[in-house]
Design a protein around this ligand. Sequence first.
Ligand SMILES: [Zn+2]
Ligand SMILES: [Zn+2]
Length: 386
Amino acid sequence: MDDDSSGVSERAGHGTRPSGDRTDWLSAVPFLASHLAPLAALFVTVTWKDWVLCGVLYAVRLFFITAGYHRYFSHRSFKTGRVPQFLLAVGGASAVQKGPLWWAGHHRIHHRFTDIDGDVHSPREGFWWSHVGWILSTRYKATDDSSIRDFLVYPELRLVDRLWWVAPVALAAACLAWGGWGGLFIGFFLSTVLLWHGTFTVNSLAHVVGRRRYATPDTSRNSLPIALLTGGEGWHNNHHYLPSSARQGFTWWEVDPTFYALRGLAVVRVVRDLKRPPPHLLGRARVRDGAFDIGMFRSYWERAAQVTGHALADLTRLQPPTGRDPRGTGGAHDGEDMSEPSAMLAALIRRAMESADQLARATRLTRETIEGAVARDDTLAESTGS
Ligand SMILES: [Zn+2]
Ligand SMILES: [Zn+2]
């Protein structure tokens, strides 16, 4: 488990969001330029081979992100040897989403603090922040060593994490050599940009659109369109319910191509011990069965409190309490400056939010206990050769 003994200076935001967030232009300029690069294809010869290359590079690198960066490095949902582990790292790096330790470390923080203070990309802070803002911010530039200690012990992974850009530069050069400018602009750049937004959609929209099957302490959803776009990562509510499961589509119709590919690799023994969702947990904590949906409760309460806070601010502006400075009101959070009923209501809202936070943390602990039990129970980590 993570602790606060890390020597990393640029720690990921545990606690409230600091105010001094800046855009890291060193990353943002190439990021924006890459979005324009496919347009350059209008001025060069593009053949059908370049479009095929684009599709292949999207699918293959998507697998390295979903199976490698996400299900392996972030969640250890299966086992593999040291060489395949290295290949998963290099393949993931080729997708231009930084290094495996950076990616997985921040993703683990997302799971520990989902939709509460400390979450690296909660849609609570707006769509664009959860989609791309957090990646381009100076706050999350560095790898959070403390949350990825288990993989830090491999020097080859630390090397890939530090020199992650080598893989995509080599791939871009190979695309140029193989397919010319069309291969570079359509094969490499277009697939890279599409893959970025496919991956980012899981962070942004998968906490906003779709349905909730399980009452998790967050706002994660299950969405077929996102699953189709992302090789099975759209079953995000399932995933937040049982993060260590290598399989994220829990039913036959919840398509999960990443898991099918992992099963294939297990048959030829490249990977092993794929963790599956334990049958006795699949029927638990379902919203349909009346489980208390703490994640949505918190979300609705928070929104209501914001609206109430604005209304209170307006109210106090309209009806300044006698003997106090009407301009001193700063909304529900400045209780001292408001009239007494407003201050009481503001305090009530704060208390309710604190209780909701406590309840969310308690539910989270329950989940971690169940997850721990899953991880310990060998019968649940089936070998997929069977
Ligand atoms: Zn999530
Ligand atoms: Zn995850």
